[in-house]
Structures are given as C-alpha cells and as structure tokens.
Design a protein around this ligand. Structure first.
Ligand SMILES: Nc1nc2c(c(=O)[nH]1)N[C@H]1C(S)=C(S)[C@@H](COP(=O)(O)OP(=O)(O)OC[C@H]3O[C@@H](n4cnc5c(=O)[nH]c(N)nc54)[C@H](O)[C@@H]3O)O[C@H]1N2
Ligand SMILES: Nc1nc2c(c(=O)[nH]1)N[C@H]1C(S)=C(S)[C@@H](COP(=O)(O)OP(=O)(O)OC[C@H]3O[C@@H](n4cnc5c(=O)[nH]c(N)nc54)[C@H](O)[C@@H]3O)O[C@H]1N2
Ligand code: SF4
Ligand SMILES: [Mo]
Length: 673
C-alpha cells in the first residue's frame, strides 16, 4: 500500500490536503493530512468516501454518442478518436458558417485545480467563441459587492480566529460548507468567546452555536444597518479608524442610519428589539470580532446591499485593523497569481458574454449568431442553474450540438450528442490555491485515469491541437504551467519559490494582519461612486424589492435553498452511501405551515409557483422559520419524485454582480395528487 499526498479539488473553501492510500491502482482510503495546519488531519464526511466516487459503478468508461432523440438517454459507446473527429468536424463547420460566436464553452468549478478548472475556458477564449460569464450561479453577487466595498482583496485569515473575541457566522452553515473553520473555533470558545449564527433556519452550525438569530430571508442589510444605528447612537464607534480608513460614513450616518431604529429593524427582520440591541451591544463591545459571511444571503434580488452592509460593520468598530478581527468572504483576492496564461492564453479581449445563470435563455433566444454548439464540463446546469426547465428546453434543441465532459451520466449529459468520460481529481495533477484559506499546494495524480477517462487538461490540449490553436499552454505539463502563475505574481505569494511546491506539501502565504483596501479611494467605501454610476444605491441600504413583494402577495411560502450535508451539489450523486445518508430529495416545512395545509411528515408534496412544479418528500421540522420552504442541496431529477428545485426559480439577476436569485423564489406546497 502506497500513501500519496494530494489536494481535495471539490468546490469548497477549505482546500484540504489529503493522504490517499493506493493499492494496485485503486484508491483504498482517503483521509485528512495531519501535516496541514488548517486541514488538521481530517477530511469531511463526503470526501472520506471519495474512494467510492473514484470507483463508483456509475463512472463513464468510454465516450458515448447519442443514438435516440435528445434527452432520451440512448447512447452507444464510441472510441475517443471517433468522438474527437466528430467534435472537430462539427465545430469547424459551425465556425466556418456562423463564426466562432456560435460556439459556447460552459466549464465551471467542480475541479478546483487552477489548470483543470480554467484551461477548458482558456481554449474557448483562444477560439474567440462566446464567452462564459462564470460564477453568476454562485458568488458573483457577493464577490462584486465585496470588491465594491473593500476592493479585490482577500478577507481575514481564518486561522487568525484564534485571536478573536466574538465570532459571527452570518448566513453561513459552517458544518456544511466550511467545516475546518468550524473546527478552528474550538480554541477561542474554550476561552469563553461566543459564537453567534444569523440564519433563517436552525442549521447544524446554529444548533451548536451560543446564540442563533433566526432572521427573515433577505433582511440582513436591515439588521446590519440597524446595528450601525445603535453603535452610532451609543457612542460605540471607533471614530479614528473610521476617519482614517473609510469613505462616506458621515453621509451614511445622516441619510441612511436614521431610517433604521431597532423597532423598524425588528419589524423587517422578524427579530425581537431586545435581541437586536443585545447583538449590537456585543458587537460594539468586542475589539476583535470576526464575521464569516456566507453567500446564500446574497442570492436574492438585493443581495449585493446585504453583503455591503454586513462587511461595513468591522470598519465601524475598527475590528478590521486588529488580528482576529474583520470579515471573511473569500481569500483568493489576496493570492495575487497571474492566471492569464491558462484563462486567457490568446484571443480578443472583447467578445459576446453569456451569463452562466442565463444559459436557458442564451440557448433559446440568442441570435446573430445563435448558439449552435455547446461544450459543458465540470458543472451540471440542467440541475444547478436557475430556471432549470428553460435550460432543459434549450438543451433539447435538436439543432444544438452539445458535448458534455463528466465522470458521470448527469441530467445535463443526458441531453448531449457526445458524452466524454472525465477523470476525477484523484486521477489528475494540478496546482491549487484556497479560496477560504491562504494555502497553496501542488498535487500529482494518486491513481491513473479510470477506464478511458481524460482529465480536463488533456481534453482541452487535444481539442486545441485539433482546432489549430497555437499557444504553449496547450502542450505544457501541469508543473511547467504552474510556474507561469508565479511570473506575474504580486504580494505574499510572489515570495514563494514554485519549486518548493514540488514536494507536494502545503505552503502558506497570507497577507500581514490588518485588512487592506483596494478600492479607487484606497479606503473601505461605504459610499461607492462606481455603484452610483451604475444606478445602484451607492450606500448600503435596505428596501423591499417590488417583484418580491408582488410574488409574496401571491405565494405564501419563501424558498430557502442551501448546500446539504451529504449532497451539497450534484458532484457527490455518484456515491451511494452519501445519497442514502442524505435521504430522498425533500423539502422542510415548519409544523405550523404543515398543519395549516394538513400535510404530514414523509408524504409526497407538490411545490409550485408561476414558474413550475416539482414533487418531493416532506419533512416537518421546527428548524425552519414559519413561512419558509427549505430544499436542501440540489438533486438530479431522477432521484426526486419529480423535477429539481431550480425549476421553481426564475433567472432574474441580483442588484450587484448579475448573480442568481434562488432565494427570491415564492411558492406554495400542497399534497401531491
Ligand atoms: N464541503 C463542501 N463545501 C462547500 C461546497 C460543497 O459542495 N461541499 N460548496 C461550496 C460552494 S460552491 C459555495 S458557493 C459555498 C457556499 O457556502 P455558504 O455561503 O455558506 O452557503 P450558502 O448556501 O451560500 O448559504 C449558507 C446559509 O445561508 C443561509 N441563508 C440563506 N438565505 C439567507 C438570508 O437571507 N440571510 C441569512 N442570514 N442567511 C441566509 C442558509 O440557510 C444557509 O444555512 O460553499 C462551498 N463549500
Ligand atoms: N437552488 C440552488 N441552486 C444552486 C445553489 C443553491 O444554493 N441553490 N448553489 C449554486 C452554487 S453556489 C453553485 S457553485 C452551483 C454548483 O453547481 P455545479 O457547478 O453544476 O456543480 P455540481 O452539481 O456539483 O456539478 C459538477 C459536475 O462536474 C462533474 N465533475 C467533477 N469533477 C470533474 C472534473 O474534474 N472534470 C469534469 N469535466 N467534470 C467533473 C461532476 O460529476 C458533476 O456532474 O450550483 C448553484 N445552484
Ligand atoms: S472539507 Fe472541503 S476541501 Fe476538505 S475534504 Fe471536504 S470538500 Fe474537500
Ligand atoms: Mo458555489
């Protein structure tokens, strides 16, 4: 038995270092690497099962070619040469007839290695095709809002939480999506430091917190501004820090804060006045408060305002200036590598953009030229993209030539003309940098590709060769490509010698303590001239969204969707053990809401609105607020009684960053016929 050190490539901020036991080319066991200070020797419950992912019975063994109508799932095996010949011929013909814009590459984040993740889209950049505006299903709203406030910089080092004196998980279920940060809270908690969770449901993180505030969905901006109001009222501001490091506070204090006294904030958020006062007093008394901000609360119509309001708070108390204080959304902004070598190797800077959240619309409505060829890799838009029914309608176009590259036969792949078997990350080499910690690491493959699977890198390089793209990135090894990232690097990561990474151990490169700001003014911008120019409220504010108000008047329940513990997205759907642990696709209602509809735990219910209808099993639990319908995770339609949750969600976009708005969905639930 051989032990190989690798990096977990699942889309997760922790970027664990893993030890993989390998025997005769098979993965026997995956475990956390004790030598990684952050991973601290354990992997999450999902990845402990990755041996089963690599050797799952559902792994695609060979390329497949469609033999029946689109979406029928009828395929026959073909060889790689035949599959690639057909792709090359079709792409070349489509480009000759309609130009490269008729081609859309749609590759996303299921492999977090920087080369496997980005080289497929780098290929389409080089081809001059329609370009994916990636991340709008996920973090484009929160990330843009952060950038508009602090600039493109990483937040507080999660390991600095050892020095914190108050910890808030604001809309973030650490147990599901950031479990190593949760583990890091043990030490400060032993010192008596309190952990507060602000979340509309009693998540597992909320269950073990010192205090849970069950806020109404979409009202976080009001709560944060309400806290600012109290801090100002009670003289709890750090005026020196504010004067030296922020822009626009006085205007905010006269134009916005007075509109948010505790009574009004209580009405908006559904929280008690006493709790709002207590939260503000705790926050105002803390010197080194640490806010871990989640992304879910920004997947609403006014999500950008929510993020801006929350991350303004640490500036008001000066927490940003102290070790252990501040806010963390993402760290990647301060890991200043130059990734253009893989992301934009060549090709014009400007082209037609397709918002990742609007795939269905792009496939059905784009003209001059229409999208005629689609390449999907490392994501499953038929399930995970908003307005999933429209995505499926687009994918069902008989005149669309679709190629899907995935280790498994997904709902999206079912609609393909050609399906190509992909490796899992344990069969690939790559360079990693965290987005929730300040580590980087290089990993080689633990086992050879299973069956006839190809990595994203190999596929992109071969397609580049066939399409006549001439750039060195398409012939280089992963190790050689990694070194290019360091050439134009800046800040702490530029100090690291890339050769050091070839021993496969994690290397930390964190910015020094004390949050820096990289906005146009060099300060934390409470007032953003950039947003004002875009017609967005330039200061953090809360107001009801007209469409939400209208929908709420028609539909009594609001959808809450969040990653689940064992099937967060669909990438783990191939592991039987995890599917069983998660149970059947289900929704959760508060007992009052279930009783009002005469619904009981376990029965099949129909979730519906103007947009669509799906059927799931019902769980009844006090863990959700009344008025909410929680649907955990995203599950393939084949596992549900009928449909997937995103068939209920519109493709309307958020105020900042053009992101998805899953949580702006209103619906009703009834007994299924
Ligand atoms: N192990 C593992 N880790 C992962 C992932 C994974 O698949 N596996 N997925 C990764 C990905 S792609 C992402 S984007 C991140 C997401 O990580 P997070 O940002 O933490 O997760 P979210 O789904 O965005 O939402 C988290 C919490 O926000 C709450 N919430 C929803 N709406 C609101 C609101 O209006 N206000 C407040 N206060 N709370 C609200 C939800 O109830 C939920 O508990 O996680 C990443 N981490
Ligand atoms: N309703 C609702 N919808 C959501 C969310 C939500 O909270 N609620 N969350 C959103 C968020 S934050 C995100 S990030 C997205 C996630 O949605 P997706 O990006 O679609 O992620 P997955 O569903 O995990 O699909 C990833 C696919 O990539 C495949 N894969 C894994 N490794 C590789 C590889 O190395 N190469 C290739 N070619 N394929 C690979 C997996 O088998 C799987 O089929 O969903 C979004 N959709
Ligand atoms: S916690 Fe995240 S990085 Fe660590 S093993 Fe699990 S999915 Fe991978
Ligand atoms: Mo995401």
């Amino acid at each position: 038995m051989e032990t190989v050190r690798v990096v977990c490539a699942h889309d997760c901020p922790d970027m664990c270092s893993l030890l993989v036991q390998v025997e005769e080319g098979r993965v026997r066991r995956v475990a956390g690497d004790p030598e990684h200070p952050y991973t601290a020797g354990f992997a999450c419950a999902k990845v402990n099962r990755d041996a089963e992912l690599v050797h799952a019975p559902g792994r695609l063994a060979t390329p497949l070619r469609r033999t029946g109508p689109k979406g029928s799932g009828q395929f026959a095996p073909i060889g790689w040469d035949a599959a690639l010949d057909e792709i090359e011929t079709r792409w070349k013909a489509i480009i000759a007839e309609s130009g490269p814009l008729a081609l859309l590459g749609y590759a996303y984040s299921a492999h977090q290695g920087q080369i496997n993740r980005h080289l497929p889209n780098g290929l389409f950049h080089a081809l001059g095709s329609s370009r994916l505006q990636a991340g709008t299903v996920c973090d484009s709203c929160c990330e843009t809002a952060w950038d508009m406030t602090l600039g493109p910089v990483g937040g507080a080092d999660p390991e600095s939480v050892i020095d914190s004196d108050l910890i808030i998980a604001w809309g973030c279920d650490l147990m599901a999506v950031n479990v190593h940060f949760l583990a890091k809270l043990d030490a400060p908690r032993k010192r008596g430091v309190k952990v507060i969770v602000i979340d509309p449901r009693r998540s597992r993180t909320a269950q073990q917190a010192d205090w849970h505030l069950p806020i109404r969905i979409g009202t976080d901006a009001a709560l944060a501004i309400g806290i600012a109001h109290i801090l100002a009222r009670d003289g709890l501001l750090d005026r020196d820090y504010i004067d030296a490091n922020t822009l626009g506070f006085d205007r905010w204090a006269t134009e916005v804060l007075p509109r948010f006294p505790p009574e009004r904030v209580a009405e908006i958020t559904g929280l008690a006045v006493a709790d709002i006062e207590k939260l503000a007093a705790l926050y105002g008394a803390a010197k080194r408060s640490f806010i871990r901000v989640g992304e879910g609360m920004t997947r609403i119509m006014r999500g950008g305002q929510a993020l801006r309001a929350v991350v303004t708070l640490p500036a008001l108390t000066g927490a940003y200036g102290r070790p252990g204080g501040g806010a963390l959304l993402l760290t990647a902004g301060s890991m200043d590598f130059d990734f253009s070598f893989v992301r934009k190797p060549m090709g014009s800077a400007a082209t037609r953009a397709v918002n990742q959240s609007l795939l269905g619309r792009a496939l059905l409505e784009m003209r001059d030229p229409p999208i005629r060829a689609l390449f999907v890799a490392a994501n499953n838009p038929a399930v995970t993209c908003p307005d999933a029914a429209r995505v499926r309608q687009g994918l069902a176009r008989e005149d669309l030539f679709t190629v899907v590259h995935d280790p498994f036969m997904t709902d999206t792949a079912l609609h393909a003309d050609i399906v190509l078997p992909a490796t899992t990350y344990l069969e690939t080499a790559d360079f990693y940098r965290g987005y929730g910690s300040y580590y980087m690491q290089f990993a080689s493959a633990a086992v050879p590709p299973q069956g006839e699977a190809w990595s994203n890198v190999r596929l992109a390089q071969e397609l580049a060769r066939r399409m006549g793209v001439d750039h060195p990135v398409f012939t280089m090894t992963e190790q050689a490509i990694m070194k290019e990232f360091f050439r134009g690097a800046a800040g702490p990561v530029a100090e690291v010698d890339p050769d050091r990474l070839l021993d496969h151990r994690p290397v930390k490169a964190a910015p020094p303590p004390g949050q820096t700001f990289r906005t146009p003014s060099g300060r934390l911008e409470i007032f953003s001239a950039t947003l004002e120019a875009e017609g967005v409220s330039p200061m953090p504010d809360w107001m009801p969204d007209e469409t939400e108000v209208k929908d709420a008047a028609t539909w009594p329940l609001r959808l809450l969707t969040a990653p689940s513990y064992f099937q967060p997205h669909t990438a783990f759907a191939g592991v039987g053990f995890l599917r069983e642990r998660e149970g059947r696709p289900h929704c959760v209602l508060h007992p009052q809401d279930a009783a009002r509809r005469q619904l009981t735990d376990g029965q099949v219910v129909r979730l519906f609105n103007d947009h669509g209808a799906i059927r799931l099993h019902l769980r009844v639990s006090e863990d959700v607020r009344p008025g909410i319908c929680l649907v955990p995770g995203q599950r393939p339609a084949s596992e549900a009684v009928e449909g997937t949750v995103n068939m209920l969600c519109s493709d309307r976009l958020s105020d900042i960053g053009a992101g998805a708005t899953y949580q702006s969905t209103f619906l009703e639930v009834e007994a299924a016929a």
